[in-house]
Design a binder for this molecule. Sequence first.
Ligand SMILES: Cc1ncc(COP(=O)(O)O)c(C=O)c1O
Length: 495
Amino acid sequence: MTMIVDQDQDVETAAMDHPVLFEIGSPGACGASLSESDVPTVDRSTALPPELIATTKPNLPELGELDVVRHYKRLAHRCFSIDGNFYPLGSCTMKYNPRVNERVAAMPGFANVHPYQDESQTQGLLEMMYRLRCALAEIAGLAEVTLQPAAGAHGEMTGLMMINAYHRSRSETRKKVLAPDSAHGTNPATCAMCGHEAITVKSLADGRVDLADLREKVDGDTAAFMITNPNTVGVFDDQIADIAAIVHDAGALIYLDGANMNAILGKTRPGDFGVDVMHYNTHKTFSTPHGGGGPGAGPVAVAEHLREFLPVPQVIKREDGTYAWCSDKENTIGKVRSFFGQIGVLVRAYTYIRSLGCDGLKDVAEKAVLSANYLAARLKDKYHMPFPPPYAHEFVTVPQFSKTGITENDIAKRLIDYGIHPPTMSWPIHHCLMIEPTETESLATLDLFVDVMRKIADEAVNDPDVVRAAPHKTPVRRLDEVSASRKPNVRWRFE
Ligand SMILES: Cc1ncc(COP(=O)(O)O)c(C=O)c1O
């Protein structure tokens, strides 16, 4: 009875196969052996006021250690994870997280440091942050980076705050922020958070920005154009230099949502194609185990003309070679996060960058792109591809099985039976699957995925009921998804 929606008998039965801890064990069983108390025993009826004395014992499970270990192991085995399964969840970049990252992040000088510790005691950490700051600026082709933001969305907000500060410094207040219709939901949400009006710019049939629509919508009231490149349909917009010129001509700035940087690492630099501000999603591009909302980090890189607005404190290198926090910035937007950022995630990003080096980072981009294009090429006769190749690191397919009515949702559920995590569904276009294999999967895994997808396509035509009823091999069968997200019943209750 883990995460169950009160729905049908099947669900109840499946859930009961593995009882919860409250339903197993026996009175007197105990998983812990406590040492003898070394403080005097007191009579609680005299030591405590009556209203604080419990009259009933809490109904806690009584179990041996092995029962508890097996219970949690069993639950852990039910989880999908990148360590256990292929996870082509488009846009989320669920790639392998090298173990060396974990070893470095666990080093006491990184893991046990306290934010109030003196700079003299944290020189190693500060040096790592300074070097990461410089490496990210170099990869972006921009002037300087703040490591403070705690996620991509937080980076967007930090970036827009700096863009606002830039316009204010020129005695302007600009209301509108433009973004293409394929933008991630965090882009318009960030606009709203920063007090902007979010305006959608149309995309062409091939997934690139409609320049005519952009020209029509950009004006003297536009603060920025937020673009994701490569974008969320897996297309690198090769008009980016023209886009930057159009936007800059109106006095607005280009914000790059850098969530898809793994496709262009070391190949091209946003600063070189006209970007003024961008964020990284370090947890995707430079690996960190993430999912379900975190953990992450969203460093923001800015061009020279925005440097003065960067958040403080900033990590700096002094002339004597030591490192320090510097808050000496007159026009800063201030602090956007308590203390200094998501240190553990930043250590992992730095380790990843250093262990791969320049050539390794280029290799990441080449393999991410190659893997996506390989899958698309091998699936295109069975699955409709609405956008023309070549793709960047991911691609979108809209399954078309109108005769049997099999939908993207059915295919996603059927993939689970084959031990594969469903791709992103129904975003950024209706009825699509967005597939991102990432650069870390072997050819054998990619081929297996192709075989499974082709088999499901055949099932969708010849045996649709089996697809429609999937998944068949999970502890909980198909849920009513609306109830599962709106009325999740995740609590165990005593009868
Ligand atoms: C294109 C794009 N932009 C922004 C974000 C938001 O990033 P985060 O989840 O780190 O806040 C995501 C996250 O998936 C994304 O895919």
